[in-house]
Design a protein around this ligand. Structure first.
Ligand code: FES
Length: 114
């Protein structure tokens, strides 16, 4: 999830600490134009197989691209670290995020609308 705009492991944060804070989950994020772009880029790059890891990868990409809309491959890899994928392999996922950065342009500079 994104907690106050930053990537956070939802399983490690007690619900009592969320009062008054901004929480964005993949369920809410999927109603945004940026989700549509990331989804399309993950599909184009062949970066999804079972989809188990995908919500975390997508939200990690969102957190990265909002801070850095033109990341290097190394920056993408660092931003995705901790999200484990057993199916796709990381190269296609990294390519999907780089593709989203290229295709999104100024989209990453705007608020999500959430
Ligand atoms: S697509 Fe299956 S774990 Fe990543």
């Amino acid at each position: 999830m994104l907690l106050d705009g930053r990537l956070a492991n939802s399983c490690l944060i007690p619900a009592a600490l969320l009062e008054g804070r901004s929480v964005v989950t993949i369920e809410g994020y999927r109603n945004t134009a940026r989700f549509d772009l990331l989804k399309a880029c993950f599909e184009k790059a062949g970066a999804v197989q079972c989809g188990f890891c995908t919500p975390g990868m997508i939200l990690a990409a969102e957190a990265l691209l909002c801070q850095n809309c033109n990341p290097t491959q190394a920056e993408v890899r660092a931003a995705l670290a901790g999200n484990l994928c057993r199916c796709t392999g990381y190269n296609m996922i990294v390519e999907a995020v780089l593709l989203a950065a290229r295709e999104g342009g100024k989209l990453w500079l705007k608020p999500t609308g959430l």
